[in-house]
Structure formats: C-alpha cells, structure tokens
Write a protein that binds this ligand. Structure first.
Ligand SMILES: Cc1cc2nc3c(=O)[nH]c(=O)nc-3n(C[C@H](O)[C@H](O)[C@H](O)COP(=O)(O)OP(=O)(O)OC[C@H]3O[C@@H](n4cnc5c(N)ncnc54)[C@H](O)[C@@H]3O)c2cc1C
Ligand SMILES: Cc1cc2nc3c(=O)[nH]c(=O)nc-3n(C[C@H](O)[C@H](O)[C@H](O)COP(=O)(O)O)c2cc1C
Length: 761
C-alpha cells in the first residue's frame, strides 16, 4: 500500500508512524511545504487523559513525549485583583518544535520518507498513491479543492489573538483578565519548557479597534502587552514567533467543520477536518486521536473506501464532542464583559465549566476545596448558612420562595375534557410535586376554547376549570413543599390540531395569528389579527389571570415561544404585518407586551410572573440569541421577573443544533447581559448539569421536561445520588428513602458522601 500524508504537523507525522508501525511493507511518504525546522507557534498542552490514548497507540512515541513534558496540576485565574486557584487538573506542556522533532525522528526510524519544502495541492502530485491523508492544517488546500464533497463550513471567531512566548516559568495554566479603558484583555498562558511559557493575548474586535492595535507593528504590540501584563510576567519580556507566519499578527480563530471527511481515496484529519479553540488546548490531541482512529480503520479494512467510511462513522461523533466544547469555551472568552458582573469566585467557576464538558462533580474530584468554596458562595447568595448542592438552594422571587432550583417544565398532556383538568392531571402533577421539584409548571393552558392547540388541552375560561385547578393547587400545597405555576397562552396559528396519537380528524375552529401564514405547508390558514380580536384575546387572558389567582397559583407564565400566537408576532418569519405590530422588533413586541402588561396588572404584585420565549428561531432571517437579549429586556421593563429560555419551533424550516444543555448558553447570555433571572431548559438531564448551571450563574432555575416524565421523583433521586439527605421525602415514603440511598451506595460502590450531612442524622 502506498500512502501520501500531506503536511508534517502532528496529524500527518503521527499517522505516518502508526501506519508504518502496523505494517512495515507500506510505503509512507510525508510532504511538507516548510523547511524542517520552521514551525508555527510555541507550545502545546495535553491533559493527562489525552496521554492515555497516545500510550496505547505507540508506547515509544508516548514515552519520549512524556520524558520531554513539564507537568502541572493547577489553573490560576486572575480577575479583579484576586487569584482563584483550582487544583488537580493534570496538564502537560511541550514545545511544538520538540513534539514535532520526536514525531519526525520516530517516523524516520520506522522508514517513513519525509519531503520538506514540498508543497502539494494538485491531484497530479498524489497520483499513484492508494491513500491520501490530507493533514494540511486549518487552511487545507485539499479541503478547498473538494469543497463540494467535504461540505465544509467555516466561521471566524469574534476575537483576535496573538501567540507569543516568555522566558518565564509559570507553575499553573494561567488566565488573566484585565479591564482597560479600551475593553477587556485576556491572557492565556502555560509552560512548555523548563523556563518558557506560551502566552496568548486575546481581545474582542471592538477592544482591538479601540486600542488602535491594528496600526501597531509587532514590536509595538509586544511592548503594549508586556506593559499590560508586567506583573504576571514579572518583568520578563514577551517574544514574537521568529517564523513570522501569521502568529506574530493578531488573527481570528477559524472554526472549521466538515460534513464529510473522505472523498474517493482522500481523507481529512486534524485541523484540516475540524478546529478546536485554543482555550481548551485540544487541537493537537484531536489531530493525534484522528490519526489513531484512522490507522486502526486502515488496519481493519482491506478496502480503502470502507476503511474511510468506518473511520468517519467512528471518529466524527467523538471529535465533535470536543469541538462543541471548544466552541462553547470560545464563546465564553468572546464575552468576558458579560461574565464580569459575577463575583470573582463565580467568574472562575463559570470559566472552568464554560465548555459544558467539565461539570460540578468532575471539578470536585479534581479540587474538593474549590468546589466547596463555590457551594458556600451559592448558599450564602441564597441566604443559607450551610454548604449544600447548588440545586438545593432556595430561590426568592418577589414574595415567593422556591425551595430548590428544579422545575417541572410545562408539558401538554392532551388529556383534558372540555378544558377541565381531570384525574390524570391530579395524579400527574401531584406525583411530580411529591417527587421533590421546587416548582411544578402546568401544561400550556388556555383562556378560550378557540385558543387551544387541541380539544384535549386544559383551559381556565370557566368556573368548572377553575375549581378543578384549585383542587390540584390545594392538594400540592397541602401535601408537598412544591410551588405551582400556571402557563397561559394562545395557540394562534398552531391551534385546532388533532390530539397526538388520536385519529387525524379532530375538531376544527378558526385560527388567529400575526399574519395570514399557515404554520405548516398545507395547514390551516389563520386570520391576521385585527384590533377587535386583539382586545378580545387580551380580555380573555386577563379573566384567566383572575381565575388563576382565585385558584391559588403561586405564579403565572405567559407563553410567548414555539410559534404560538404571541410568538407569531415576535418572529420576523411569521410576522409580515405592515402596521405598528409588524416590522421592527419594537413593533413585533408591541402586542405580546400589551398582553403581558394587562395580565401583570391583574396579577397580585407580590406574586411573580414569568415569560417563556424562543431565544433562537434557528432559521435564516429569524430571531437570533442577540434579538433574544432585546426581547428579554423589553419584558423585564414591562415587569417580568424571569425569562424561561426555550428556543425554536417557530417555523417548520428551523434547523436547531441539539446537544446537551443546548439552550443554556442563551439563558446565560440573557441573565448576564440583561441582568434578569432566567430559567434554562432543554436536554438538561443530570444533577451534575443542574448544579453546574446554577453555580456558574448561567441560570437561576433549571426546567426539566422529559426527565420528569420518565421519573416523577427526579429531584429526590438526584439528592440521593449526590449524597444529600436534607431534602424531605414524603413521610409516607420514608422507608423507601433508606433503601434507595443504600441501593445507590451499593451500585456506585461508594458510601454515601457525608459532605452535606454533617451534624445530621
Ligand atoms: C494560538 C494557538 C494555540 C494552540 N495551542 C494548542 C495547545 O495548547 N494544545 C493543542 O493541542 N493544540 C493547540 N493549538 C492547535 C494546534 O496547533 C493544532 O490544532 C494542531 O497543530 C493541528 O495539527 P495538524 O497536524 O492537523 O495541523 P498543523 O499543525 O497545522 O499541520 C499542518 C501542516 O501541513 C503543512 N501544509 C499545509 N499545506 C500544505 C501543502 N499544501 N503541502 C504541504 N504541506 C502543507 C503545514 O505547513 C503544516 O506543517 C493551538 C493553536 C493555536 C492557533
Ligand atoms: C410532551 C411534551 C409536551 C410539551 N408541552 C409544552 C407546553 O405545554 N408548553 C411549553 O412551553 N413547552 C412544552 N413542551 C416543551 C418542554 O417544556 C421543554 O421545553 C422541552 O421538552 C425541552 O426540555 P427537556 O429536554 O427537558 O424535555 C413540551 C414538551 C414535551 C416533551
């Protein structure tokens, strides 16, 4: 087999080693455009975890790399005059030149031929090779040539950075944040040699412009950064890379993703296929792990085509996890100013968990004292004098105190008759209240029969419905410590649909919307609302608020998300009106805000009111998370206490990007830019995630939908899993609690942790 590797970076060289090592009869040739000793950048950092896969792939290379490493465990975050240190992370740094030298020597020893100063970009140059490994980095010429096959997307980050070095030994991965008159400057630094550290200085485009850095020579830039971070550098100089290829200039991070990783006998690996922002320090790791996976697939398949298909199937989902984590981290650093309102400790925790990959418990394993100090802080902020898991801290909104941060998200059950919640609703909602959640939200409930999605939806437009709700509210207040909120809405263009799972010919009624646009192609066309209809709906909702108060609800939420009536006004995709209710965002918000204000006026001043919004339409021309900030601010000004941050479902054309906690960044952004409480929702399923979100100040409450359908006692079970015993179980279930806690201890092989339970039991 004849293999060509284009590029002698970590990906190309490491793959050539593994390919030859597995089968010395293979002819492996590496082509590199630069001379042997010219490399871009200074140092690279690996986590301890990353080293394990290298050890298993080629012990010899691993041992040489490890022998050349410098190790450290800590992360230091300097912010507002404080140093926040988190221990136990386990990092190793090496100079990029040294790493490449080790790989190069090993490759040569195994019989790989390396041709330096040889640029390869045309198919004629790789004719005759059975396999072409395009490891030609972020600007891959091969990826560009076959863009139709690889379907790459590329976007530039919003910040600029410069990659420097200093002859100073840092004993921790160091982040330093400086607020200047121009804006925030961030320093990322880590050791890569006995007496040398990589220093990356990152700034937003705006700060860069304000500081006039675009007009600076490299020497002036270096002098500027030296002065700004003089104390951190302890008077040592900063040095620009002598290989003046892009790294001595301020550049933007390029985020690359490819739908397809192979074409004919060509395969992309490393930065050519995907990039990961340097703040997670995983680009080299990803490149080398790609090489490991590809080498394995080549060994296991006799046909190149099937080996490459298998490689992509195996490797792409794994790599994308890290790539997404890196993207979250990148966005965190792009928005330092947003997080800067947090206290220094919470700021540091928000940074450490900012990739959404490292959670509360994995941080605890690394540094229990650090996590304990964060938990103490969250407890104090909530008025609690004990250290407890963040999710179990109480939260006050107006006069309402929620006993913890877990919320049963509103979920339509389509089981009402004539809008009246029946026995099913009693059992369903009470079970979840008994299960420990601090707040149980009802499903979307309507103020008129025509406002419903289906004939099975709940209503609150008559006395029978009000009394049925009152029974549920009274029961929950009497039997649990949960609070209960009523979600009120109007289905608008998504109304009059059949009950899911039932025969398609449901009841039909005329629909209303911002504009005459059916939600789905072929769906019922709604009428564009006229002023008299607007008044009617407003009156119905105000009457519903009065009934909600009589029924004893603790809070109400206005449903302005997911393409229903009020959402149809807010999204530019569904609002095409030419009057004062269409056009600009201010106009599109006019009617939903009018509804909100009228409802708020009818609702007692000491009780909170929430609004659920779609923070992203996930469609071209639709609302973006930036618009969501303005939407949240408008509701805040109208008196909203909390924004319940959902997304999508506003257009059938939406293309959401799902993932763990995928809507939480929107809640974070709104909370910390608008300074209003938020509720995060969407693919939050583990206690660790809830703790991380609350402790990092990304949201004040976490709503879980499907996890609560699967497990009504989600919160009690979470407490047991965390070893937290102070949460009361219903008295009648007390015997089950002990058994459940010991089962957990048995299955995890651990004794229940006692950290939260000192002086108790
Ligand atoms: C500021 C910064 C800091 C970073 N810090 C870290 C870190 O701490 N840890 C980490 O793991 N990663 C880090 N990275 C990322 C890391 O540098 C890359 O992810 C990694 O080098 C990718 O390896 P690669 O082999 O795919 O690509 P590269 O290392 O870019 O190698 C590609 C090679 O192909 C050659 N080439 C390109 N085109 C051609 C052609 N047409 N013909 C022949 N040769 C060609 C190039 O000259 C280059 O040598 C950092 C990146 C930046 C920008
Ligand atoms: C069966 C079901 C019914 C739902 N009904 C509503 C609803 O009435 N109102 C609403 O705002 N969201 C509704 N949602 C959305 C959920 O509140 C929640 O935002 C969504 O399920 C994502 O959270 P999860 O990943 O925890 O399930 C519903 C979701 C499900 C699964």
């Amino acid at each position: 087999m004849k293999i060509a590797c284009l590029g002698a970076g970590p990906a190309g060289l490491y793959f050539s080693i593994l390919a030859r090592q597995a089968d010395p009869s293979r002819q492996v040739e590496v082509f590199e455009r630069f001379p042997q000793d010219e490399t871009v950048g200074w140092g690279v950092v690996f986590s301890d975890q990353a080293l394990t896969s290298l050890r298993d792939a080629d012990r010899k290379t691993h041992d040489e790399i490890v022998a050349a490493f410098c190790h450290w465990d800590d992360i230091d975050i300097f912010f507002r005059g404080q140093r926040l240190r988190s221990r136990g992370h386990g990092f190793a740094g090496i100079s990029r030149a040294k790493l490449l030298d080790i790989l190069r020597r090993r490759a040569k020893a195994l019989g790989v031929h390396i041709a330096y100063e040889t640029t390869i970009s045309k198919p004629s140059q790789w004719q005759g090779f059975d396999l072409v490994v395009a490891a030609d980095g972020v600007h891959s010429a091969v990826r560009k040539r076959y863009a139709e096959a690889f379907r790459p997307t590329s976007s530039a980050g919003r910040c600029r950075f410069i990659w420097l070095s200093t002859p100073r030994r840092l004993d921790a991965f160091t982040f330093d944040f400086r607020e200047t008159t121009f804006g925030w400057f961030t320093l990322h630094a880590y050791r890569y040699d006995e007496e040398a550290s990589t220093v990356i200085v990152e700034v937003s485009e705006e700060t860069w412009q304000n500081a006039g850095l675009y007009s600076f020579t490299t020497a002036q830039t270096v002098a500027f950064c030296e002065k700004l971070f003089a104390d951190r550098l302890q008077g040592r100089p900063l040095i620009a890379n002598p290989c003046h290829r892009s790294t001595s200039e301020w550049v933007k991070f390029e985020h690359i993703c490819c739908e397809q990783w192979h074409h004919d006998n060509i395969v992309l690996i490393g930065d050519a296929a995907h990039t990961a922002h340097f703040s997670v320090g995983s680009g080299t790791r990803l490149a080398m792990e790609d090489a490991i996976a590809l080498a394995r697939c080549i060994d296991e398949h006799s046909q190149v085509g099937s080996a490459l298909a298998h490689y992509q199937a195996l490797r792409q989902p794994e790599a994308m996890k890290l790539v997404n984590a890196a993207r979250n981290r990148m966005e965190w650093f792009e928005n330092v100013a947003r997080h800067a309102r947090l206290s220094p400790l919470q700021f540091s925790y928000s940074l450490l968990t900012g990739s959404q990959r490292i959670g509360h418990e994995s941080l605890r394993k690394r540094d229990p004292d650090y996590v304990a100090s964060v938990e103490r802080l969250v407890a104090v902020q909530s008025g609690v004098d004990k250290t407890i898991p963040p999710m179990f801290t109480p939260h006050r909104i107006r006069a309402l105190v929620l006993p913890n941060r877990v919320v049963v998200s509103p979920m339509a059950m389509y089981s009402a008759v004539d809008g009246v919640p029946g026995d099913f609703h009693v059992a369903h909602l009470a079970a979840r209240a008994l299960g420990g959640a601090g707040l149980v939200m009802t499903e979307a409930t309507y103020a008129s029969p025509e406002g419903r999605i289906t004939s099975g939806c709940t209503g609150i437009w008559n006395e029978a419905q009000r009394l049925a709700w009152q029974r549920i509210v009274t029961l929950i207040h009497a039997q649990s410590y949960a609070k209960i909120g009523l979600q009120l809405g109007h289905a608008g263009p998504k109304g009059a649909t059949p009950i899911p799972g039932r025969h398609a010919s449901g009841e039909k009624w005329p629909l209303l919307a911002a504009s005459e646009l059916p939600f789905d192609q072929g769906g019922q066309t709604p009428r564009a609302m006229a002023r008299d209809g607007m008044d009617l709906v407003r009156g119905q909702l105000v009457a519903a608020v009065t009934r909600a108060e009589q029924a004893g609800f603790d809070l109400i939420e206005l449903h302005c998300a997911h393409g229903y009536l009020f959402s149809s006004f807010i999204s530019p995709l569904t609002n095409q009106r030419g009057d004062e209710y269409g056009g600009s965002l201010d106009n599109r918000l006019r009617y939903p805000l009018e509804i909100f204000v009228a409802m708020r006026a009818a609702w007692p001043a000491n009780k909170p009111m929430f609004v659920r919004i779609s923070a992203h339409d996930w469609a071209v021309g639709g609302n973006t998370p930036e618009d969501a900030v303005a939407i949240a601010a408008a509701f805040q000004a109208a008196g909203a206490d909390l924004i319940d941050v959902s997304s999508g479902q506003t257009t059938a054309l939406a293309k959401p990007v799902y993932g763990r906690m995928y809507q939480t960044p929107f809640a974070d952004r709104i909370r910390n830019e608008v300074n209003i409480a938020t509720m995060a929702v969407g693919n939050i399923s583990a206690p660790d995630q809830v703790n991380s979100i609350i402790a990092a100040g990304r949201a004040d409450l976490c709503a879980l939908g499907r996890p609560h359908l699967a497990d009504p006692c989600w919160t009690l079970h979470a407490a047991a899993a965390l070893g937290y015993r102070r949460i009361p179980w219903p008295e009648q279930y007390e015997t089950a609690r002990k058994q459940y806690e010991s089962h957990i201890a048995y299955f995890t092989g651990e004794q229940l942790q006692s950290k939260y339970n000192q002086g108790h039991e």
